[in-house]
Write a protein that binds this ligand. Sequence first.
Ligand SMILES: [Zn+2]
Length: 373
Amino acid sequence: MTYGNVKLNGNQPKRKRRKLRKSFVISASLFLITFTLLLVFLFFPTTARKLKKIGYSPEAIEIIKQDKIANTLIDGNYFSENLQSAILSKNYDLKYLDLYLIQDKTTEDDTLLYDKLIAKGYSTNELILLYSSLTFKEMTPLLVFDKVKTVDFYINDVSDHRITNNAQNFFELSGSYIEYYKETEVSVSIDRNALMVNKHYYIDENFIPNDLVTLSIQYAASDRQLQREAADALQTMCDALQSETGLRMYASSAYRSYQSQVEIYNGYVATKGQEAADLVAARPGFSEHQTGLTVDMTPVGSSMGEFGDSEQFKWMLENSYKYGWILRYPEGKTTITGYDFEAWHYRYLGVDLATKVHNSGLTYDEYYELYLK
Ligand SMILES: [Zn+2]
């Protein structure tokens, strides 16, 4: 027993010490592990924490993780309220990232214009410059022009000619960088009423509308022709003008054949020279009159040139689109349309399209490039 006691007494403190050492090791290890985890957590934050730090809300972070775009956003440190709301709408595309970052709000029109300008050959850097300097309607003319060499020049031209407090957003560009008739292509009809003819799109020498009808002399000078649908719409419009105001107007010019345009254009060139002729008359093949969808209106008792000063013109500005007609060469848009303001020249597009163009506030050239091409 004594021996055993000695043995027992001798072993007990050793065990206790071992136990103590063991628990110390365990606690230290636990502490170290916790400390390391804490360090990892602090210095290597999770994706969600990183996104939160940039500015994203928990709802946006959920979508970002699902769409697997976290790394792109984190690496570039990309955040704007506009980008976040685009992500939250779930209707976004990171190819428009630049727009989401520059703009306060990005609409479908903005992204559509962006795509069209990219297709026209503008670089993303040029687009960043354009979108950060100009409004939507200040950029749409670029769709009509051949690609401008330096966007800086265009931006300066717009800023120099901007007219503020102007509901119609008129700005007459210097256009010194534009060369009309330089790049041209034959117009392809997407819809018979929508056919585009301007200084870029031409129609063939042999193009003759197949349903031309002669207008009654109540609505036109003698032997004037239009496509049937346009002819009916012209009569309805003239009747509406008369019943609402008591005033009358008629088409002094309507369909013109390729050959008659040759004569008109050459006549202007002979008297004014080519540059001045190009502002008032279309080159053969480039005249809208050849479509059979265009008229030049004259107030009864006055001349075509005075149409812009007439009550008939005021009525037309407010009402022509309701009958399918638009003012084709408006004031302040010469650079875009390629023609001086022509108060008398109207184009038939059909009620639906004419209403859309009217409401857009764009010239038909811009509207066509943006929405119909
Ligand atoms: Zn005309």
